[in-house]
Design a protein around this ligand. Structure first.
Ligand code: NAD
Ligand code: LMR
Ligand code: MN
Length: 539
């Protein structure tokens, strides 16, 4: 097995192995003679990357480097963060999730779990981890991938992608992460009918059997990897919040769609209010698409209003939720647990029965903030946006459904329809919008801007849980990066500065954990602890 190191992506350096390393490792003659530096290798990869024409080809090239040599992959990624993010992550990753079985080449060190075999959870996690010290685990059951729905086992790609961003942005050691997919079946008929589908061809398991499996999974994770930070991603609306609520007070768990999205949207709103010089407690908030993300964000902003001094009853008056049924009322059938606290009373409106669509609701409530997590492309129409802008000086509008094809409105249209007054962020990257001689920078309200620093801060501080104070500290830490007085300033810092501000986020989060005495190991300096945790892509 002398050649095994060349097949180990965590240790392989390829042509970067020196002559003496090649001798010691018994791989003399197994590589071309020239010894390359990692910078030379990175330049070569980037040249190959530039010669690929489509986003999918670019991603597939980068994934082949990832499969061979993680250090090199992250070297190139760290040199081109803003350019590679949409390729290795959202939106291109949506296409690879949809075509995972067709494109499958290798399992990328993920753990593949099946609801049919609860007895092999531990063994599977152990096998996939090999002997690595796992500190960060990202798991999905594939039911609510971005806004594209149920992709069963194919959802594994999102866990691989999320973990890549942790390393590129925050320097989490790539040998200490584990992507995991739980195959609990799928209700996606196209997968059930697809002869190439690599997952279980059964409908989704729900209820007690499902939750018992999740319990067993969480217990196995805690047993095998006691210091792990457990990140839940893209679970379905009926399970995501239940799972988070069950474990969040006793274990170091994080739900990205609920909490990560809540933080980044709050940070974007704080950024927008810095520009408009307004107060949060004067805002009227409209959540459009009150599912996992929409309700998670609403709750975060609501908590923030309470932190700003409002009573819970007064704070609630600032929030309205719109879902498929229209404005959510307390007598609307089938409200979720997360929607109930924000449902309104019909008696508040003379025309309550007409509030069954977004246009009517915007007319009735005059929101100052509107956030879209509905998966409904184009739902923020010109009429709606103009109506909103007619009643507020600087409308804050964040269409953040992913991927690109699901955006509620483009940044360009929103700037145009609000005559440059809109304070805009989108979930996927948006180009600069030129309007009336001003360059409008568009912030990306994607949880990827926050979860890497958040995770790094929690891991480095050895925090026992991730609580509300840590989450709030993360949201507030992004201030001061963008100059709010610059015409056309973005509401959030640019992705090109992701690794720099991930350190800032991590410090704020770790400091909050230490201040609350949640750290399990003694910490004398938070920034030292963070630096010690970080990995760098060097040989
Ligand atoms: N930018 C980010 O960081 C980020 C983070 C998480 C989720 N998202 C995006 O948000 C979207 C929703 O994700 P989720 O996980 O909350 O999914 P979800 O299924 O839990 O929620 C979607 C909600 O939209 C509602 N909806 C569907 N059609 C509607 C319509 N016509 N009008 C009003 N509401 C409608 C659904 O009933 C549901 O409540 C996805 O596109 C996802 O990519 C973005
Ligand atoms: O994955 C993303 O781009 C953000 C978010 O977690 C989502 O589900 O859309
Ligand atoms: Mn997600």
């Amino acid at each position: 097995m002398t050649n095994s190191i060349l097949n180990d992506p965590f240790k392989n350096k390829g042509t970067g192995f020196t002559k003496s390393e090649r001798q010691q490792l018994g791989i003399v003659g197994m590589l071309p003679p020239k010894v390359q530096t990692i910078d030379e290798q990175a330049d070569q990869v980037y040249q190959q990357y530039q010669s690929q024409s489509s986003a999918l080809e670019k991603r597939s090239l980068l994934m082949s480097i990832f499969n061979e040599n993680r250090t090199l992959f992250f070297k190139v990624f760290s040199q081109h963060v803003a350019e590679f993010m949409p390729i290795v992550y959202d939106p291109t990753i949506a296409t690879t999730v949809e075509n995972y079985s067709e494109l499958f080449i290798q399992p990328q060190n993920a753990a593949f779990l099946s609801i049919e075999n609860p007895d092999t959870i531990e063994e599977s996690l152990k096998n996939a981890a090999e002997d690595r010290d796992i500190r960060l685990l990202c798991v999905t059951d594939g039911e609510g991938i971005l806004g594209i729905g149920d992709w069963g086992t194919q959802g594994v790609d999102i866990t691989v992608g999320k973990l890549m961003v942790y390393t590129a942005a925050a320097g989490i050691d790539p040998s200490q992460v584990l992507p995991v997919v739980i195959d609990a079946g799928t209700n996606n008929q196209s997968l059930l009918d697809n002869p190439l589908y690599l997952g279980l061809k059964e409908h989704r398991v729900r209820g007690d059997r499902y939750y018992a499996y999740i319990d067993k999974f969480v217990a196995a994770v805690e047993k095998l990897f006691p210091d792990v930070y457990l990140h839940f991603e893209d679970f379905g609306r009926s399970n995501a919040a239940n799972i988070l609520n069950k474990y969040k007070d006793s274990q170091l768990v994080f739900n990205d769609d609920i909490q990560g999205t809540g933080i980044i949207v709050l940070a974007g709103i704080i950024g927008a209010l810095n520009i408009s010089k307004q107060k949060l407690t004067d805002q009227t908030y409209l959540c459009f698409g009150a599912g996992t993300a929409g309700a998670g964000i609403t709750k975060r902003i609501y908590n923030e209003m309470i932190a700003a001094g409002l009573s819970p009853e007064d704070a609630k008056k600032h929030f309205y939720m719109v879902d498929k049924q229209g404005l959510l009322f307390d007598d609307t059938p089938d409200l979720t647990q997360e929607q109930k606290p924000f449902a309104r009373s019909r008696s508040e409106f003379a025309n309550a029965n007409e509030l069954t669509n977004l246009t009517a609701v915007v007319k009735a409530i005059h929101p100052t903030i509107m956030v879209g997590t509905s998966t409904q492309p184009g739902a923020f129409t010109e009429e709606i946006v103009k109506e909103m802008a007619a009643h507020t000086e600087r409308p804050i509008i964040f269409p953040i459904s992913n991927p690109t094809k699901l955006l509620e409105a483009t940044a360009e249209d929103l700037i145009k329809w609000t005559n440059g007054k809109g304070l805009i962020a989108t979930g996927v990257p948006s180009d600069v919008v030129q309007y009336n001689g001003i360059d409008y920078q568009i912030g990306q309200a994607n949880n990827a801007l926050i979860y890497p620093g958040l995770g790094l801060g929690a891991i480095a501080s050895s925090s026992s849980v991730l609580n509300d104070q840590m989450i709030s500290a993360a949201a507030h830490s992004l201030g001061g990066i963008v100059d709010p007085n610059q015409p056309g300033a973005a509401v959030l810092p640019p992705v090109s500065k992701l690794s720099a501000f991930s350190d800032t986020v991590a410090e704020a989060v770790a400091q909050s954990a230490v201040d609350q005495k949640l750290n399990q190991n003694p910490i004398s300096s938070v920034s030292d602890a963070i630096q010690e945790t970080q990995w760098k892509p060097e040989y």
